[in-house]
Design a protein around this ligand. Structure first.
Ligand code: N01
Length: 531
């Protein structure tokens, strides 16, 4: 059984089916696409380039699908998901409109008993959670939120029919990637837009453009090599990191390099120099360059100052990629309110009170993020050996082996889970690698007469320590972010992704498989395959 029909679940279905397994998928939404099904807010767009943010498993698919822009919009990515579902006839195995509420491992039969929120009970030998790592939405407990009589929308639960803000008074809480994307779009239509910012964020201009026929042709001609290069790279991208130190070059040369990377747009800016993500002094040089950009774009110096991040290294929180975000604050209908200086006191029937001032609002948008990396797993009542819940096991921080399994939960796979590099790279690359690894494991087990696989406690402990140490070589721990769970009150502060590099991670996973699934115990189920 696969839970979720986003890009992870779709590929898991495709791959396990072609390996001869019987697969059933449950999907909460009414269609495929996962993240791109739910995040329909205006301006939603991927921050990885389209020609790379796509499946590589089928050469015809990647040769035939034509992306229109360098950074694809949500509607285009959703259309791609639907195309893939049709092309590979995936829908007939997917039950839509059905979430999975609980799953319990029966130690007597080695079967997962899964209960859906429509009351169906289904047994499965293997349970693959493709529930996404940025899908469990987070709504802060603002006093009075339930009283608000206007329209209230979380960016990741945006209505299918859209929201018409023409002539309306709109408030947005949150200035992460979602807020930074939605703000310019809402500002264009709203009568008044108020942005409630707690932490100023770094954002790099996307420099998005339409793809030319020549660009598409060049990538297609070299697709297999490009994909392979990305798989073996550190960041999952083909744009190289400049191997020089930012501290070792003269100032004018450094400025020219930052400027060139800024013009390139998006994530590659962080690869301007080798040590930007590893050395605080090098990082500060890159951060100051971006702060200068903000000051040069935003006309009101006081607003520019509020928008200028100064409390965390650049890139230590997931860097944002925007289209016209900072310039939006030059519009006369847009106001920035620092809720750090003027904390949100309450939501009222007609708006929001912050720092003693009441803001009348017709529409309130929560761009407040997710219980990232663990929430979509722990919100399901998953019970492994001895009835232990996954939520309880991970209460002090997620512990996994390779990000793909956790001890005490046999035959349960957490696609792109905590302890894997997924969110630090191109999610498609991460998904394909995990699904291929799981599929290969299940095929090998079948050939060898095994049908139970479980990570050992020792392997899990070693991996969890390794994940923590890998982050020590970076600046990620210097920020409060969803990478460390600090955006969710009460969540253990643990660095969740694997920061040791995508290529290295792949090698480790491959070597574990080649070594007879080192760190896993393989065995035989106590009862036959469930019907
Ligand atoms: O969520 P976030 P997101 N009072 O957690 C604020 C991916 N993504 O949905 O920083 C006031 O980053 C919070 O403030 P602070 C991408 O990986 C990708 O924007 O905690 N404010 C912050 O400003 C991304 O990193 C794309 O002080 C409150 C914001 O809400 C990840 O998803 C697009 C608050 C939350 O920012 C998450 O991004 C969108 C409170 N009580 C998302 N609580 C692209 O591909 C929270 N905030 C481009």
């Amino acid at each position: 059984m696969v839970v979720g029909a986003g890009f992870g679940g779709m590929y898991a279905l495709y791959d396990l089916r072609r390996r001869g397994f019987t697969v059933r998928v449950f999907e909460r939404g009414s269609g495929v696409g996962g993240t791109w099904f739910w995040n329909r807010y205006p301006g939603a767009r991927c921050d990885i380039e389209s020609m790379e943010y796509s499946y590589s498993f089928d050469e015809d698919l990647q040769q035939e699908w034509t992306w229109s822009q360098r950074y694809p919009t949500q509607p285009e990515i959703l259309a791609y998901a639907e195309h893939v579902a049709d092309r590979f006839d995936l829908r007939r195995h997917i039950t839509f409109g059905t979430g999975v509420g609980a799953a319990a491992y029966d130690e007597g039969t080695d079967v997962w008993r899964v209960t859906t929120d429509t009351g169906e009970e289904v047994d499965a030998r293997f349970l693959v959670l493709a529930t996404g790592v940025l899908s469990a939405t987070r709504v802060p407990e603002f006093p009075g939120l339930e009283r608000f009589r206007g329209q209230l929308h979380h960016t990741a639960r945006w209505p299918v029919d859209g929201v018409d803000v023409t002539g309306k008074r709109v408030g947005v809480i949150g200035t992460g990637s979602s807020g930074i994307q939605v703000v310019p779009q809402l500002a264009a239509d709203a009568a008044r837009l108020t942005v409630f910012q707690r932490t100023a964020n770094y954002s790099i201009s996307a420099e998005n453009d339409r793809l030319t026929e020549e660009q598409i042709r060049d990538v297609r001609a070299d697709y297999p090599a490009i994909r392979e290069k990305a798989r073996r790279s550190f960041t999952g991208s083909t744009v190289p990191i400049n191997r020089q130190s930012a501290l070792a070059v003269p100032e004018d040369e450094r400025r020219a390099q930052f400027e060139a990377r800024w013009k390139l747009g998006g994530f590659p800016f962080l690869g301007s120099y080798d040590d930007v993500m590893r050395d605080l002094d090098a990082n500060e040089l890159a951060a100051e360059f971006v702060r200068d950009k903000i000051r040069s774009i935003v006309r009101d110096p006081a607003v520019a100052e509020l928008l200028t991040p100064d409390d965390h290294p650049i890139g230590s929180k997931r860097i944002c990629v925007d289209t016209g975000y900072f310039a939006t604050f030059n519009r006369s209908n847009v106001r920035l309110v620092s809720v750090r200086e003027r904390p949100i006191e309450e939501i009222t029937e007609t708006g929001l009170r912050a720092g003693g001032e009441h803001h009348e609002l017709d529409v309130l948008v929560l761009a407040t993020g997710f219980d990232a990396m663990t929430g979509s797993f722990t919100r399901i009542d998953i019970r492994g050996r001895g009835g232990q819940t996954l939520a309880a096991k991970w209460a002090d921080g997620a512990r996994t082996y390779l990000g793909v399994q956790t001890a005490g939960f046999p035959n349960l796979f957490t696609l792109t889970g905590p302890g894997s590099p997924a969110v630090l790279c191109n999610m498609f690359l991460a998904i394909e690698q995990h699904v291929d690894w799981v599929g290969r494991a299940l095929s090998t087990m079948r050939e060898e007469g095994h049908d139970v696989i479980e990570a050992t406690v020792e392997a899990e402990e070693q991996w969890t320590t390794h994940v923590d140490e890998a982050a020590d070589g970076t600046l990620y721990k210097h920020a409060n972010s969803w990478y460390v769970g600090s955006n969710v009150p009460g969540k253990a502060r643990v660095f969740l992704p694997y920061a040791g590099g995508v290529g290295r991670y792949r090698k480790i996973c491959d070597s574990v498989a080649e070594d007879g699934y080192r760190g896993f115990v393989l065995g035989r189920a106590r009862a036959g395959t469930p019907a």
